[in-house]
Design a protein around this ligand. Structure first.
Ligand SMILES: Nc1ncnc2c1ncn2[C@@H]1O[C@H](COP(=O)(O)OP(=O)(O)OP(=O)(O)O)[C@@H](O)[C@H]1O
Length: 264
């Protein structure tokens, strides 16, 4: 399924921050990475995509249908959203939170059954936190909550997966695990759209990159073409080097004038 965005405009009100003329598409097997400095509009754009904010003009379509007119339950069967850092004051178990991903597939007033629980447990296993299933969501760590929310989205079995900085609170190993899971989900046919503050993550799994600055797209295209030193330096307003190893791996490194070179 393809999520397509055409000339999307949004404003937080007169004089407020805006998104202007955003266009891109994410088809099955794509991983679109949205990069941009703090406050550039990444979360705002994702919230427009999931119908959380009403766009001022433009179009958002799913398989050619106007996504802003889809009934919420139909939209929830097609699109899953993993927000940035969520808290819960309720005493839900981790498994309960993941089971919530199944609600879009249930009839009105139907309670989740054993098959839904199997799917939820499998999702927890996939993200590597099955051992936390019985813990209260409010007592697990920020990174564990992030993994739990990804498991909920996996259990939802969407066609399009939208994630806001999915690796933000994760240790190195879990960042690699998440990237691997997202690449695997895309390989399996999902369209993935994610924001990230790590250009390296876009280098690792991004098929396309969208560079946002002040609510506008300043560059977009295949990650391998867009992610160069000129683009990254212009996007973040600080010198950034892209270092390539002889075996073809690439990594990004900010190099502000007073930072240590890191050369030993
Ligand atoms: N509810 C709101 N009302 C008014 N302005 C808002 C609102 N939410 C966000 N903004 C402003 O819109 C701009 C874009 O915010 P947004 O959260 O989309 O940026 P971002 O690129 O996701 O930032 P970050 O990388 O820091 O998470 C910011 O200047 C922010 O202050």
């Amino acid at each position: 399924m393809t999520l397509a965005v055409l000339d999307l405009c949004f404003s937080y009100g007169p004089g407020g921050r805006r998104l202007e003329g955003i266009s891109f598409s994410a088809g099955a097997r794509d991983v679109v990475c949205i990069l941009g400095p703090n406050g550039s509009g990444k979360t705002t754009l994702l919230r427009c995509l999931i119908g959380g904010l009403a766009i001022a003009s433009g179009r958002i379509t799913l398989a050619g249908q106007d996504a802003t007119r889809l009934p919420p339950r139909r939209l929830a069967r097609l699109v899953a959203y993993v927000p940035q850092g969520t808290q819960s004051v309720f005493g839900h178990r981790v498994l309960d939170i993941v089971m919530m991903g199944r609600s879009a597939h249930l009839r009105h007033f139907q309670t989740p059954g054993p098959r839904d629980e199997e799917i939820a447990v499998a999702a927890l296993e996939r993200v590597g936190i099955a051992g936390l299933a019985e813990r209260s969501f409010s007592t697990i760590s920020g990174g564990e909550r992030q993994l739990c929310l990804l498991a909920r989205a996996v259990a939802q079995k969407p066609a399009v997966l939208i994630l806001d900085e999915p690796a933000a609170s994760l240790d190195f190993a879990n960042q690699a695990r998440i990237l691997d899971i997202l690449a695997g989900l895309a390989d399996g046919g999902l369209a993935v759209v994610m924001t990230t503050h790590h250009p390296d993550h876009a280098l690792q799994i991004g098929t396309q990159v969208l560079g946002l600055r002040d609510g506008r797209v300043i560059a977009d295209g295949p990650a391998s073409r867009v992610l160069d030193e000129g683009f990254l330096t212009g996007l973040y307003g600080t010198p950034i080097r892209v270092i390539r190893s002889p075996d073809g791996l690439a990594a990004c490194r900010p190099c502000p004038s007073h930072a240590s070179t890191g050369v030993f």
